[in-house]
Design a binder for this molecule. Structure first.
Ligand SMILES: C[S@@+](CC[C@H](N)C(=O)[O-])C[C@H]1O[C@@H](n2cnc3c(N)ncnc32)[C@H](O)[C@@H]1O
Length: 274
C-alpha cells in the first residue's frame, strides 16, 4: 500500500468522486461569515486548495489569489481549470512548513484539509502560517472534522465506479489515536499496464478547546467556532466545525450581525443542494 496521498491517480479522479460536494453552498457560507465579521477581502490565500473547487468561486472576486497545496498533481488540475487568471498563483507548499507569501486579507482552508495535519505542534505551525501571512485586520477561517465525526465513521470497504476507473475505498477508524484512515485501490480500465494504484489518507481529530487555545497561542485576538453552515456555537458532538480567527479585537455590532445570521438562515435551504 502506497503511503502518499493525492498522487496523480487520485488527483485525476478527485473531482469525479467529489462531484456531489456542495462547494457553492460552502462558498456562500464563507461569504456570510466574511460579511458577519465585516470583511471584504481582495487578497486571498487558500491552504490545501486541492483541485481549485473553492478557488474558482473567489477567482473573479479577488485582486490576488494564492492556492497552496502539498500535492503537485492536485495543483496541476487547478492550473488546467483556472489557467486564464493571471492573478492566481499556485504554490506546491506544505502548509505546516513556515512560509511568508505576503499580507493577505483572508486565509481559508476547507473540506477538512486541516485534519491532514498529524500532530498538535504541526497544527500550530499551520496556524502560525495563517497569522504570519495575514494583514493586521485579516481573518482566518477553516473547517475541521471533529473527533466525534471521525469516530462515527463506519469501517468497511465500498466500491466507487467511474467511467474509466473503479476505486475501492476502505475506511479504518483508530479511536485511540483519533484517526480516520482511508486506503484506496484505484483500477483504471483503459490502461494496459500499471493500471492499479493505491494510496493512504490519514485524518486526525483535535479537541475544539485545543484548537481554540492554539489559535490564541500563535497570536490571534479573537476566535469563534460554529457548527458548520450555521451561526450556532460549535460543539464536540457536531460533525464539522468552522473556526474563525481574527488578528484584531472583535467589535460587536449586535444588530448588524443578527441581520446577517437571519439572512443566512433564510437563504440556506435554497442553496444547500446546488
Ligand atoms: C480533502 S482534500 C481538499 C481539497 C480542497 N480544499 C477541496 O475542498 O476540494 C485535502 C487537500 O489537502 C492537501 N494537503 C494535505 N496535507 C497538506 C499539507 N500538509 N500541506 C498542504 N496541503 C495539504 C491535499 O493535497 C489535498 O489537496
Amino acid at each position: 500500500m502506497g503511503s502518499q496521498a493525492y498522487t496523480s491517480s487520485f488527483a485525476s479522479i478527485y473531482d469525479d468522486i467529489m462531484k456531489r460536494v456542495p462547494y457553492y453552498y460552502w462558498y456562500k457560507y464563507l461569504k456570510h461569515l466574511l460579511v458577519y465579521y465585516e470583511k471584504d477581502p481582495k487578497n486571498i490565500l487558500e491552504l490545501a486548495c486541492g483541485t481549485g473547487n473553492m478557488l474558482k468561486y473567489f477567482v473573479d472576486k479577488s485582486d490576488l489569489l494564492y492556492g497552496v497545496d502539498s500535492s503537485e498533481d492536485m495543483l496541476a488540475i487547478t492550473k488546467n481549470k483556472l489557467s486564464s487568471y493571471e492573478h492566481l498563483k499556485l504554490y506546491n507548499t506544505n502548509m505546516q512548513d513556515i512560509f511568508n507569501y505576503g499580507d493577505f486579507d483572508f486565509i481559508y482552508s476547507v473540506f477538512d484539509s486541516v485534519n491532514y495535519i498529524h500532530s498538535y505542534e504541526k497544527l500550530l505551525d499551520v496556524f502560525k502560517n495563517a497569522y504570519l501571512n495575514l494583514k493586521q485586520d485579516g481573518i482566518f477561517i477553516f473547517d475541521i472534522n471533529t473527533i466525534y465525526r471521525l469516530s462515527e465513521i463506519k469501517e468497511g470497504t465500498r466500491k466507487v465506479n467511474g467511467d474509466d476507473y473503479t476505486c475501492f475505498w476502505k475506511d479504518i477508524v483508530k479511536s485511540e489515536s483519533r484517526e480516520w484512515i482511508v486506503e484506496l485501490e484505484i483500477y483504471f480500465e483503459n490502461k494496459e499496464e500499471d493500471n492499479t494504484f493505491s494510496e493512504r489518507h490519514v485524518e486526525k481529530g483535535y479537541q475544539l478547546r485545543d484548537i481554540e487555545a492554539g489559535l490564541f497561542e500563535v497570536g490571534f485576538k479573537h476566535v469563534d467556532f460554529y457548527k458548520s453552515f450555521t451561526f450556532k456555537k460549535g460543539r464536540a458532538k457536531n460533525n464539522r466545525v468552522h473556526f474563525v480567527a481574527l488578528k484584531n479585537e472583535y467589535v460587536n455590532r449586535y444588530l448588524k450581525r443578527e441581520l446577517i445570521k437571519l439572512k443566512w438562515n433564510l437563504l440556506r435551504p435554497f442553496i444547500s443542494n446546488i
